[in-house]
Write a protein that binds this ligand. Structure first.
Ligand code: BES
Ligand code: MN
Ligand code: ZN
Length: 502
C-alpha cells in the first residue's frame, strides 16, 4: 500500500532565491483584471501584465490560470483567478489548490520544483485575518499537489518539492502553517486510504495501516480482532463481516493530553468494501464502494492531526472495519442480531450495514464518558439525493450540538447541512420481531432513519451524526484542492471541532 508524501511548506517574508514558480492572484474590479500579491521590490518589468486587460473576466474567474512571464531571476509567474468581491478563506484555499494543480500538471514526476505563493494583500481587500488567509493558502496549496496514489509499484517522484507561502508577518504565523501542515497531511492520508483498492485494504491491513499511522504520536492504539469482538458481543459488526473472508476489526485510538478539560469521542464507519451483502448492489453502484471506509479514515486521520498539534482536548476514536460481502456464511435479510449493548435488531436489508457497525462502536464508547460523540459515515444514498455530492449531512441530539458542528464545518471550509430527526423517522424502525429494525422499508427519510437507529446507541449523550456518502468520493475531474477519488471529507471539520473544545 503506497502513501503520499506532501511537499515541504514554510513561510517567508520575501521571495527566496531558487523559486521556479511564483503564484499571485487576480481580481476583477471595474472590468479590469488587477494583480495582487506581487511582492514589493521585485522587478516586474518583464511581466506581461497587459494580459489581464484582455479577457479580464475569463482570467479572473476563480481558479483560472494565466502565465504572466518570468521575473529577472528566472521564476515563472502564474496568476490565479480570485473572482470578484471579497475572497473568503475557502476561496483562497480553492485558488491556491488550482494554482498548484496547474503547475504540477506542467512539470514531470521527479522535477521537484519550488513554488512560492503570494495571494493576500491588506485587510481592506481581504476581510479576514492574515492568520486565516495564510492557513487557507497553505492548505489549498498542499492539497492541490495531491494526486490519487498508484496502489502498487514504486511511488512516482515528487513534482513539487517545496511550497513557500509569502507573508509579510511570517514570524507571527508559524501556528497557521503548523495547522495547515497537520490538517493537510491528515487529509492526504485519509485520501490514500480511501483510494487504496479493497483487495489491498481490508480490515486487517487497514487496522495495521492505522496503527502504523500513529507511530511516534502520543496516542494509544488498540485493535480488537474477531475473537475479541465475539468475546465482547459485537453482534452487529460480526454479522456484517460474516460473509467475507476478511474478518472485522475495531480500532480504538486514544489521545489523552494531561491538560484537557473536555473529551471528544469519534466513531467512523470503516466498510473496506460494500457489495451490499445478500441484498447485493447493482454493478453500477459497486465500483466506488471501496470508499465506504471514508468515515473511519477521517476519524483516524483527524486524531493524528489533533495529537500532532498538541491540542488540549481528549480524543478517543473508534473505527469499525468490516467487508460487506454476499456468501454462504453471510448474514441475511430477516436475521435477528443481538448488538453489543444487548439491543436486538431485525436485519431488513443487508445493504444497511454501516449503522450496525457504528452502533456497536457507539455502544462500546459509552464507557469513555465523552462530552461529545460524533460519528461519521458514508451511510446513505438518501443523503446524496437530498444534499448532493458536496455537502455533509448532519443530524444532532440538540441544536446546540448541531451549532458546534456547523460552526466547525464553516470555519474549516467544508459544507454541512442539518436535517431534522423526528418521530416520523423513528417510527419506521418498529418491528414485531426485535427491539428495532435496521432500516425503513418505504424509502422515505433514508438518512434520518439511519440517524434514528444510531440515536438509540448514542443514548443520552451529546451526539452528532455526519453522513459523508456524497462528499467522501469525487468523480468527473479535479477542482481546486479536491482531486478525484477520495477527498478526506470530514477531516478538516473534526480538527476544527477539537480546536473549539480546547
Ligand atoms: N455505503 C452505502 C451508502 C453509499 C451509497 C455511500 C453511495 C456512498 C455512495 C450504504 O451502506 C448503503 O448501502 N445504504 C443503503 C441503505 C438502505 C439499504 C436502507 C442506501 O442508502 O441505499
Ligand atoms: Mn450498504
Ligand atoms: Zn455501506
Amino acid at each position: 500500500m503506497n502513501i503520499t508524501t506532501l511537499p515541504g511548506l514554510r513561510l517567508a517574508e520575501e521571495l527566496p532565491d531558487g523559486i521556479d514558480y511564483l503564484v499571485v492572484g487576480t481580481r476583477l474590479s471595474s472590468d479590469q483584471g488587477t494583480v495582487y500579491g506581487l511582492p514589493d521590490g521585485i522587478d516586474t518589468s518583464a511581466l506581461d501584465l497587459d494580459l489581464l486587460a484582455v479577457g479580464a473576466e475569463k482570467r479572473t474567474t476563480v481558479g483560472s490560470i494565466t502565465a504572466l512571464g518570468r521575473l529577472a531571476g528566472g521564476s515563472r509567474v502564474i496568476a490565479v483567478g480570485l473572482g470578484t468581491g471579497a475572497p473568503t478563506p475557502e476561496l483562497l484555499r480553492r485558488a491556491a489548490g488550482s494554482a498548484l494543480r496547474g503547475i504540477a500538471a506542467g512539470v514531470g514526476a521527479g522535477d521537484a520544483v519550488r513554488v512560492a505563493v503570494s495571494l493576500h494583500e491588506d485587510a481592506v481587500i481581504m476581510p479576514m485575518s492574515v492568520f486565516d488567509s495564510v492557513r487557507a493558502v497553505a492548505e489549498g496549496a498542499l492539497l492541490g499537489t495531491y494526486e490519487p496514489i498508484h496502489p502498487v509499484g514504486e511511488p512516482a517522484g515528487a513534482r513539487i518539492a517545496e511550497i513557500v507561502v509569502l507573508d509579510a508577518y511570517a514570524e507571527d504565523h508559524a501556528a497557521a502553517t503548523r495547522l495547515a501542515v497537520a490538517v493537510s497531511t491528515a487529509v492526504a492520508r485519509a485520501r490514500d486510504w480511501v483510494n487504496t483498492p479493497a483487495n489491498l485494504l481490508y480490515p486487517e491491513t487497514f487496522a495495521a495501516a492505522v496503527t502504523e499511522w500513529f507511530d511516534g504520536a502520543p496516542v494509544a492504539v488498540g485493535v480488537r480482532d474477531e475473537q475479541q469482538l465475539a468475546a465482547e458481543g459485537f453482534g452487529g459488526i460480526l454479522a456484517v463481516g460474516s460473509g467475507s473472508a476478511h474478518a472485522p476489526r475495531v480500532v480504538r485510538a486514544a489521545y489523552s493530553p494531561a491538560n484537557a478539560t473536555q473529551k471528544l469521542v469519534l466513531v467512523g464507519k470503516g466498510m473496506t468494501f460494500d457489495a451490499g451483502g445478500i441484498d447485493i448492489k447493482p454493478a453500477g453502484h459497486m465500483m466506488t464502494m471501496k470508499c465506504d471506509m471514508g468515515g473511519a479514515a477521517a476519524v483516524m486521520a483527524a486524531t493524528r492531526a489533533i495529537a500532532d498539534l498538541g491540542l488540549r482536548v481528549e480524543v478517543v476514536a473508534y473505527a469499525g472495519m468490516a467487508e460487506n460481502m454476499p456468501s454462504g456464511t453471510a448474514y441475511r435479510p430477516s436475521d435477528v442480531l443481538t448488538m453489543h449493548d444487548g439491543t436486538t435488531v431485525e436485519v431488513t436489508n443487508t445493504d444497511a450495514e454501516g449503522r450496525l457497525v457504528l452502533a456497536d462502536c457507539l455502544s462500546a464508547s459509552t464507557d469513555d464518558d465523552a462530552d461529545l460523540v460524533v460519528d461519521i459515515a458514508t451511510l446513505t444514498g438518501a443523503c446524496m439525493r437530498a444534499l448532493g455530492l458536496n455537502t455533509i449531512g448532519l443530524v444532532a441530539s440538540s441544536d446546540v450540538v448541531a451549532g458546534r458542528l456547523l460552526h466547525a464545518a464553516e470555519a474549516s471550509g467544508e459544507t454541512m447541512w442539518q436535517l431534522p430527526l423526528t418521530d416520523e423517522a423513528r417510527d419506521k424502525l418498529h418491528t414485531p420481531y426485535a427491539d428495532m429494525a435496521s432500516s425503513g422499508t418505504d424509502g422515505y427519510l433514508g438518512m434520518q432513519v439511519a440517524a434514528a437507529f444510531l440515536e438509540h446507541f448514542a443514548g443520552e449523550r451529546n451526539w452528532a451524526h455526519l453522513d459523508v456518502a456524497g462528499p467522501a468520493w469525487r468523480e468527473g475531474g479535479a477542482e481546486g484542492y479536491l482531486s478525484v477519488g477520495g477527498t478526506g471529507a470530514g477531516v478538516r471539520t473534526l480538527v476544527e471541532l477539537a480546536l473549539t473544545m480546547e
